[in-house]
Ligand binder design. Structure first.
Ligand SMILES: Cc1cc2nc3c(=O)[nH]c(=O)nc-3n(C[C@H](O)[C@H](O)[C@H](O)COP(=O)(O)OP(=O)(O)OC[C@H]3O[C@@H](n4cnc5c(N)ncnc54)[C@H](O)[C@@H]3O)c2cc1C
Ligand code: FES
Length: 367
């Protein structure tokens, strides 16, 4: 048995090495020349072959959502490759459902442009642009969260986005990285403001982009961002609204609350926010002010680990407890959830038990 296991391990090691060798040889030796990419039967590009479809399109000013920075771990970069994409790769299979495979959906960061391609992308992606942004200010919101204010240098007209959407923000090569790296960050500022953006960034230990933002980023620095992306925005409906967030998941909710304020929405709006200790609460002033100025808004923070000496008098426990406590079965609400995948999944599970239909639950998972 042990011999069999060892042989299997050796064989898979050899296979992995061979695949790596072929990949390296391919990138150095193969010359694919010029290739054509036909997009949505309407736009024809002539590109240099050999690179991933995602970065090839990016080089042509077509930006596909790619929250993980093209590392093959987020699955945001799905496009339909109708012709020329070759077989689905092992790196793609965990992210594609049987229906998606039948519909020729692929991860554009994994598909290489080796042939002429015919692809389909959502029309709204033609509206995504690249921005030069200047860091205006960096502020500590909590011990682990910073906000960065960015002024858009170009294009001159600034950015148009729906409250709740995100941008992909790039930081330059530094000692931890081998090149520039970008990740997705939700916009926390008011969508009415077209020439500046505020992002809220939680430090991730060993994280490429967050370490740069927390430890190296300087005011006055010029960087690159693309956007807007995402479908986490307010839907038109007569129902009341429940927002649920933890950590930097507050960012898109804050942006949407600016919209609620501008539109003076006459519906009940509740916001359940989960943090560990009072030090992890932020944007308190804005939220408490909205309780006074919005027609019907309630902000309910809950702490999972308040210390006795902090004398916390508010709700205790996780945000899921608040759903249990305050949301009746079959409530007539739309729910918007944002934060870690585990938190989002737990909330969705409880909401389903409360008979809130799937099509009234919207979320962004910060993976
Ligand atoms: C749509 C969308 C919107 C997002 N908006 C925001 C936002 O507004 N603010 C924000 O701070 N982040 C946001 N994120 C997460 C963000 O895009 C990055 O994933 C995160 O900042 C980590 O990037 P990094 O380069 O520092 O870490 P990486 O170098 O990518 O990761 C380093 C290691 O940390 C792990 N890791 C990555 N993220 C986390 C995490 N959150 N907790 C624990 N471990 C982690 C990785 O698996 C890896 O092992 C969003 C993500 C998505 C998909
Ligand atoms: S960009 Fe994240 S999986 Fe392709």
């Amino acid at each position: 048995m042990l011999t069999l296991l060892v042989s299997l391990l050796i064989l898979s090691g050899i296979a992995a090495l061979l695949a790596l060798f072929l990949e390296i040889a391919d990138s150095y030796l193969a010359d694919y020349g010029e290739k054509q990419i036909l997009i949505n039967e309407q736009k024809q590009l002539v590109v240099e072959g050999g690179r991933p479809l995602l970065s090839t399109l990016m080089g042509q000013g077509i930006f596909i959502p790619s929250a993980c920075g093209g590392k093959g771990t987020c699955s945001y970069c799905k496009v339909k490759v109708l012709e020329g994409g070759g077989p689905v790769l092992p790196t793609e299979t965990p992210y594609l459902s049987p229906e998606e495979r039948n519909a020729h959906v692929r991860l554009s960061c994994q598909v290489k442009v080796k042939d002429n391609l015919k692809i389909e992308i959502p029309e709204e992606l033609f509206l995504v642009k690249e921005y030069r942004v200047r860091v205006e200010s960096i502020r500590d919101l909590t011990p682990e969260i910073k906000s960065i204010s960015l002024r858009i240098q170009s294009p001159e007209e600034g950015i148009t986005f729906k409250a709740g959407q995100y941008v992909q923000f790039e930081v330059p090569k530094y000692k931890r990285t081998s090149g520039p790296e970008y990740r997705a960050y939700s916009i926390s500022s008011d969508a009415a403001e077209r020439h500046s953006l505020e992002l809220v960034v939680t430090k991730v230990p060993q994280g490429a982009v967050t370490t740069y933002v927390h430890d190296f980023l300087k005011e006055g620095e010029d960087l690159r961002a693309t956007g807007p992306y995402g479908k986490f925005y307010l839907r038109n409906s007569d129902r009341d609204i429940l927002f649920i967030a933890t950590g930097s998941g507050m960012a898109p909710v804050k942006s949407i609350l600016h919209q609620v304020e501008h539109e003076q929405l006459r519906k009940k709006v509740q916001f359940f926010f989960g943090a560990r200790t009072p030090k992890d609460l932020y944007y308190q002033e804005e939220l408490l002010a909205w309780e006074k100025t919005l027609p019907d808004f309630k902000y309910v923070p809950t702490l999972s680990r308040p210390l006795e000496e902090e004398h916390w008098k508010g709700e205790k426990g996780r945000v899921t407890n608040l759903i249990d406590k305050y949301i009746p079965e079959g409530a007539n609400i739309d729910v918007y959830i944002c934060g870690s995948p585990a938190m989002v999944d737990s909330c969705v599970e409880i909401l389903k038990k409360k008979r809130i239909p799937d099509d009234r639950i919207f979320f962004d998972k910060f993976e």
